[in-house]
Each structure stands twice: as structure tokens, then as C-alpha cells.
Ligand binder design. Sequence first.
Ligand SMILES: [Zn+2]
Length: 89
Amino acid sequence: MKIKDLPKTKQLTKTCVCCGKKIKILVYKNKTYRGGHYFGKIPLHKEKDINIAIKNTRKIKIGSIVVDVLKKDPNPYGYAEYWECPECY
Ligand SMILES: [Zn+2]
């Protein structure tokens, strides 16, 4: 069976997070898609919440370096889909 013979449910337009290019995603009835690469959802944070969170850190040592670790992650206000186009993948 050829790809074009598969029943197509919908066509989505997504934005590549790497280059910002619009990518066309074809979604088929068997839940497969082509045209881009989907990596799941990423949390979105308000700048205000990040600024609060980064003031509240503790130092931990990893090997010979000391890094700041957030005591508490900022609460996300939503989630965005993470897509990459075939060139960036
Ligand atoms: Zn891209």
C-alpha cells in the first residue's frame, strides 16, 4: 500500500522550535504522522515565577564543580508541544 492511499485524518501546521519554520504534519487514521518530529510537551513558565525560583537555590557539588539548584521548580502555567522539522532533527 502506498502512503498516499492511507486515509488522512488531518493536516496540522506546527512551528519548529529550532529554526521557527512552519512544518506541515500529516496525521493518518492509524495514529502515525509524518513531516516532523514530535518530542512531547514542555512546561511553560512565567518570567515572574522563574525570577522567584532562581532566587531560591542551594549549592550542590557535582564532582569538582559547584552548581546552584532550584529548591523548587516554578509551576508551569501550561505546556507547549515541542516539534522539530526534518532539517533540525
Ligand atoms: Zn527546524
